[in-house]
Design a protein around this ligand. Structure first.
Ligand code: SF4
Length: 435
């Protein structure tokens, strides 16, 4: 009888896609998935270490699942922790959690079937150069798909744990990326997102990121193409020109700015000034005036004065992003910023975060309101939460709800926006789109 596995994922799109790869590895060896952790032979948690909150959540879930599981004689499931927390803490997790059987880092997923069958308590967390080319991921979000183009990061932003848990930056072969993209497009995937910690520094021989992007756009002419994450210091005009000239690359850009203060950006080791960041935004908007912009911001980084924080507010107000992912600074042990003096008290970090959230909420609502009455092309993604409704996404990633169930997931429909509620919109199918 084949073994069943239950998988639960925390964190970013990279982790989400890693869980699809893990499922692909297991299913190619005869495992089948289950939604019920109580009946699973193997429970896998794919963990995120980027923020303290995500790490605490996954370790809490581990304690809960381990504590509530059956004893070994009555068929206790094998407990496996994968992902960045596994890489960060390795063996020490086996000492801390007696119900945990395996700790497996992001470069060692190919070993999972063997480690599970050997059933020896251990950790596998070495860094390896290879990637997961050749593995067929179990895609969980039709008609949207992710394709990893590079793994690891060497930027060492002073607050970030990623370079320590994901290892050195390495790009996938462009041929492998193109054949995966081609297969997805032929399989009806309407949206393909290229993934990497810093996609702008992709290179495979003479193929740089702009060239890869152009090749991907022509390999998948019926799909929308997106990419995350871009680093402002590495974003050049060539990428912007490719975006502007290829109709199926989404007019959507996620460009983290993190702080509006040059003093704090330097302490963060980000490699750009606020002025240089604004110059990149100008380049995007001058070339594609309708582009949808989103960003990441950290409030309360060590040493952030009221004046520094005001500069972050000023930048948020000046750019008027369509959406922003706002966080309060959280210490990650092992990173440079952990040893910085002048830490901002927790209450002040929270108060600053709340202030940024209020400002961005207003801007998001105002920008969403500007879409009322306009016709946009949306990708139908599937049923909405409520019965007799369908959901779709604009190329700028806004969700649109339709009072219809007639469309096939993966199809594109022109929709007139009739109501806006923050990031969610409501609309009716109609004629040609404006963009
Ligand atoms: S670019 Fe900076 S923030 Fe992004 S993953 Fe690399 S070190 Fe972390």
């Amino acid at each position: 009888m084949s073994m069943t596995y239950y998988i639960n994922v925390y964190g970013c799109q990279m982790n989400f896609h890693d869980s699809e790869i893990i499922s692909g590895i297991l299913e190619s060896e005869g495992f089948s998935s289950t939604e019920d952790p109580e009946s699973a032979d193997v429970i896998l948690l794919v963990s995120c270490a980027v923020r303290e909150h995500a790490e605490t959540r996954v370790l809490g879930r581990l304690s809960h699942l381990g504590g509530s599981s059956r004893d070994r004689e009555s068929g206790k499931p094998l407990m496996v922790l994968c992902g960045c927390v596994a890489q960060e803490h390795g063996d020490s997790l086996l000492e801390r959690f007696r119900d945990l059987d395996l700790v497996v880092g992001p470069d060692c997923y190919r070993d999972l079937p063997r480690l599970i069958s050997e059933s020896v308590r251990m950790s596998a967390v070495d860094f390896r150069e290879g990637d997961y080319t050749g593995i067929e991921p179990v895609r969980m979000e039709f008609p949207r798909a992710f394709v990893t183009i590079m793994r690891g990061c060497e930027n060492f932003c002073s607050y970030c744990i990623v370079p320590y848990v994901r290892g050195r930056e390495h790009s996938r072969k462009s041929d492998a990326v193109i054949s995966e993209v081609t297969a997805l497009s032929e399989g009806g995937y309407g949206e393909i997102t290229l993934l990497g910690q810093n996609v702008n520094s992709y290179h495979d021989g003479d193929t740089s990121f702009p060239l890869l992007l152009r090749k991907v756009a022509s390999a998948a002419p019926c799909s929308r193409i997106k990419f995350v994450t871009s680093h402002p210091k590495d974003l050049g005009m060539e990428t912007v020109e490719v975006m502007a000239s290829e109709q199926n690359i989404c007019r959507y850009f996620h460009l983290p700015f993190q702080s509006g203060s040059d003093v704090i950006l330097k302490r963060m080791n980000r490699g750009y000034t606020a002025g240089e960041y604004l110059q990149r935004i100008g380049m995007l908007r001058d070339t594609m005036p309708d582009i949808v912009l989103s960003t990441d911001v950290i409030a309360g980084f060590p040493g952030e004065s009221e004046e520094d924080f005001q500069k972050t507010i000023d930048l948020l107000e000046e750019v008027r992003f369509d959406n922003a992912f706002l966080f309060k600074y959280s210490e990650r042990s092992g990173t440079a910023a952990c040893s910085f003096e002048n830490s901002v008290p927790e209450e002040k970090r929270l108060a600053r975060l709340n202030r940024l959230q209020q400002i961005q909420r207003r801007i998001t609502v105002e920008k969403s309101g500007e879409l009322l009455g306009r016709t946009l092309r949306i990708l139908i993604t599937g049923p909405a939460k409520k019965p007799r409704q369908q959901a779709g996404r604009t190329e700028g990633n806004r969700m649109v709800i339709l009072e219809e169930t007639a469309f096939t997931p993966g199809s594109f429909v022109n929709v007139k926006i009739t109501k806006a509620d923050g990031w969610t919109h409501f609309g009716e199918p109609c004629g040609n789109p404006e963009n």
